[in-house]
Design a protein around this ligand. Structure first.
Ligand code: MGD
Ligand code: MGD
Ligand code: SF4
Ligand code: MO
Length: 788
């Protein structure tokens, strides 16, 4: 096992634990976001930015992908606590300048957490880490592009380069980026979706012919029943609570499916209403199902089988629009209720109560997020959700549908623009016809395959357009080693993060403008476009002066790199693209399905909504031309005696690997992050106590073990045998080979772990919070068993 010096910049001994809250938002949320904003931006800048956030003539929130209301229904303050934090993080007045890099060696920075790195402020100019050097040093933009072009052109094959995207990147930047990668000759376009909603896209495409959700905000408001499964909206999509509140007021009922009783699901205090400020707020969830981690497939199968038994079906819809119902019905009739009980940990009566609510509803929306997608059986679970929806014809009618709630603000748009290692042939044909070159046809590397390729020397260059790959990816120790194998790692970034300090032989940091900033590339005021989780596309332009005069826009950076790398190899007008993004939008209009007259349509207030055949006309573009019922074996994840099933999740004070602060207010955690939530009876059964310090050791089927040291045990209500701890501290525990069948999404929500007395005593001194991997020969654990 490798050992590294500790990272001391968070003093975990200050950690305090109190009882979790039951209500989310309220005035405290407003006060906290304002305090942070004013601290980092000052009063004037706070007002200047926050009032433009999510307005039709303003900029799109950098936080999550939850949609904005129709322009006529927007408030003056159309954002949530976490949106304000996301803006503050970017619009901060703190700066990382060349003196900072002269002062801090790469060795020194490697010992810092992502929290500390991010807190230093905005990066102000391009920096290079030369081979063998101890410090980053400034580099001119042109030299940076020349360096990259040289390395890329020196590769034995274009497939030795990996072009990663994080979901904040605008449609315009995403479009030119995938165009560049393909003109260069590779489909190696992994993105954060590979670790996120990939299972949703895969499952939905197989069953309804399109990998996107089918509902609008109006559908949420008008639903009679809303299921929120595997999602923590109070923290991760806070304005979804306002939509749920409207639905409740119109008579909707809500079922939450979650091992944890998350604050926002129980009760919501809308800070924009008097009742939310002084009263108890709105009770949201009518039925909470504390499902065992990974039990959702069984749960949805059980609900479906009850609807079948009760004949609560839309027979006309099934006959006219679906395929495979009979096979599904045979499987549903043979459901093994004992297995359901073991998988879900729920009583039959609880499941019957949920099924009764389905039966009583004429318009049901099912929403889900990472609690569904990051498991081995995630694609099957998504398809089971679709089965349920199809049974009652809950798609393509008002108030009903499937709603995978996306993460990053433009992750869905990036996919629409072709950021996808497996983009369909018709997209590549359109690129060929528009730009006159033959794009590569072989599928590229996704996130996990990119790590394997870097590890095995098959890939040599990594370019990240946004994101923090090293911290976000699974199996931290393996991923870090893979990065160290690279010849060149490059990051287009706004803030420092761990991917800048664990590098290839050479490394570049290219500082980009953020969405809150005024983009005057090419001497004109540019705007960009984004797509939200409900397929609405609209324009965005920031009000602020960029953090430094040396920043460039992502579009500019990609086009300049393309010119430096490809020269005149293709007749693609990179220079006119970067001088006027309208030129890019004209090409998007001709290449991307559903985007005809793109520039015109995004110019309307509120933009436009992309076509969605199942939603629009109950058309299903699957190979059989109908929506497809699928049969999946019911599996029960077997956890060996004395082990727990760990999910890795977000605190209230972070955006993925960006840590805003050290509190997880709703769960009662203050001033620290290295906690593991465990049921009180499990704590006792494991011979531990509230406050015990433990190492988390994950056990994988090949006998390998992974360790993340020094977590404090916190008693927390959840099903027995389950545990939860924060990402990215726990990423060292997720084995690279542990992924969802069909989507290859890392199984970040089901990791088999044991809790062990800390190695090397209780102090922090010997710990490495990057974790460690080892393969002991004495202790082989069985692969998580899938019983059927
Ligand atoms: N403030 C803030 N907002 C964000 C983000 C952020 O980090 N901070 N991240 C953005 C991104 S990229 C994404 S993808 C989304 C993520 O949004 P979420 O999916 O809400 O994020 P997680 O914190 O991973 O929470 C997963 C939820 O699923 C539950 N869960 C875990 N395992 C299971 C299971 O087996 N079954 C069920 N039914 N539930 C389970 C957990 O208890 C938790 O409530 O949020 C986006 N918005
Ligand atoms: N264990 C575990 N692992 C997970 C997850 C989990 O639930 N558990 N969730 C997964 C999910 S859902 C996701 S989406 C991924 C997230 O993976 P990523 O998207 O790669 O990670 P982020 O933390 O969102 O990236 C943050 C960095 O983006 C840069 N950045 C911010 N804004 C901008 C901008 O406007 N432009 C540019 N160029 N750069 C910018 C900053 O430098 C910042 O440090 O992580 C995944 N990893
Ligand atoms: S709900 Fe999401 S998009 Fe809306 S303001 Fe909050 S963080 Fe931003
Ligand atoms: Mo995500």
């Amino acid at each position: 096992m490798s050992r590294r010096a500790p990272r001391h910049d968070i003093d975990e001994t200050r950690l305090e634990v109190e009882s979790p809250s039951t209500a989310a938002a309220g005035p405290k949320a407003v006060a906290i976001s304002m305090k942070l904003a004013v601290e980092q931006m000052g009063v004037r800048r706070t007002a200047q930015t926050l009032l433009r956030l999510n307005q039709a003539d303003g900029f799109d929130c950098q936080g999550c992908a939850w949609p904005d209301p129709d322009p006529s229904h927007r408030h003056t303050a159309e954002f949530c606590e976490n949106g304000a934090k996301a803006v503050t993080e970017e619009a901060t007045l703190r700066r990382v300048e060349r003196s900072f890099f002269a002062e801090h060696s790469i060795e020194d920075l490697r010992d810092k957490t992502d929290y500390w790195l991010g807190q230093q402020g905005r990066i102000t100019e391009p920096m290079v880490l030369r081979a063998g050097s101890t410090h980053y040093e400034p580099i001119a933009w042109d030299q940076a592009f020349e360096l990259m072009g040289g390395v890329l052109n020196g590769l034995a094959s274009p497939d030795e380069a990996v072009f990663y995207t994080s979901g904040k990147v605008s449609n315009e930047a995403a479009f030119v980026y995938q165009l560049f990668a393909r003109a260069f000759g590779t489909n190696n376009l992994p993105d954060c979706s590979n670790m996120c909603h990939e299972s949703s896209g895969t499952g939905l495409t197989e069953s309804i012919g399109i990998g996107k959700g089918s509902v609008s905000l109006e559908d949420i408001h008008d639903a009679q029943l809303i299921v929120v499964a595997g999602q923590n909206p109070g923290t991760n999509h806070p304005r979804m609570l306002s939509a749920l509140e409207i639905a409740k007021q119109r008579g909707a009922r809500i079922i939450s499916v979650n091992p944890l009783r998350e604050a926002g699901l129980v009760r919501f205090k809308n800070p924009q209403k008097v009742r939310g400020v002084v009263g108890r707020g709105t009770g949201l969830s009518d039925l909470h199902l504390p499902v065992r981690i990974n039990g959702d497939l069984a749960l949805f199968q059980a609900i479906g089988s009850l609807l079948l038994e009760w004949d609560a079906l839309d027979h006309d819809f099934i006959a006219e629009h679906t395929h495979g119902f009979e096979e599904w019905a045979v499987a549903a009739r043979g459901l093994d209720w004992d297995a359901v009980r073991r998988a879900t940990g729920l009583e039959r009566a609880e499941i019957e109560a949920a099924a009764r609510m389905f039966a009583d509803s004429d318009a049901t929306v099912v929403c889900w997020a990472m609690g569904i997608t990051q498991h081995r059986n995630a694609v099957a679970t998504v398809k089971e959700i679709v089965n349920l929806v199809l049974l009652q014809g809950n798609i393509g009618k008002p108030g009903a549908g499937v709603c995978p709630v996306r993460g990053h603000s433009n992750v869905q748009g990036d996919r629409t623009m072709g950021i996808w290692e497996r983009v369909p042939d018709h997209f590549l044909d359109a690129l060929r016809d528009e730009f006159g070159f033959e794009p590569p046809r072989d599928h590229g590397f996704d996130t996990v395959k990119s790590i394997e390729a870097l590890r095995d020397g098959k890939a040599k260059v990594f370019l990240g357009l946004g994101g923090n790959f090293v911290s976000a990816a699974p199996d931290t120790e393996v991923t870090e080693q893979a990065f160290r194998n690279a010849d060149l790692t490059v990051h287009v970034s706004t803030k420092l993060n761990r991917s800048h300090v664990v590098t290839g032989r050479e490394a570049l940091i290219l500082p980009a403008m953020g969405r809150s900033e005024r983009d005057l590339t090419g001497g004109r005021l540019q705007r960009v476009t984004v797509e939200d989780s409900m397929s609405a596309v609209h324009a965005s332009h920031g009000p602020l002066k960029p953090a430094s005069p040396h920043l460039r826009s992502e579009v500019d950076i990609v086009c300049s790199l393309a010119i430096a790398t490809l020269g005149a190899r293709h007749a693609i007008p990179w220079d006119s693209f970067r001088s006027d993004y309208t030129e890019i939008r004209h090409r998007i209009a001709r290449v991307v399905p559903g985007c005809a007259a793109y520039d015109e349509k995004v110019s309307r207030p509120g933009g436009f909504v992309l076509p969605h055949p199942p939603r629009d006309s109950r058309t299903f573009t699957t190979p059989v031309g109908k929506a497809v019922f699928t049969v999946s074996p019911l599996d029960v994840l077997h956890v060996p005696e004395g082990r727990l099933l760990l999910q890795t999740l977000r605190s209230h004070d972070q955006f993925n690997t960006t840590i805003y602060g050290l509190d997880d207010r709703y769960r009662g955690i203050h001033d620290g992050r290295r906690v593991v939530f465990v049921h009180p009876d499990d704590i006792a059964a494991l011979g531990l106590e509230d406050g015990s310090m433990v190492d988390l050791v994950s056990e994988w089927s090949d006998g390998s073990e992974r360790r993340a040291p020094l977590f404090r045990v916190v008693p927390y209500d959840q099903p027995r045998g389950c545990a939860a701890a924060y990402y990215p501290e726990t990423n060292p525990l997720v084995p690279l080979g542990s992924t969802a069948v069909g989507s290859n999404c890392p199984t970040s929500k089901s990791v088999v772990v044991r809790l062990e007395a800390p190695q090397g005593g209780r102090g922090l001194t010997e710990a490495s919070d990057a974790g460690a991997v080892s393969t002991p020969d004495h202790k082989r654990t069985p692969e998580p068993e899938h019983l059927s």
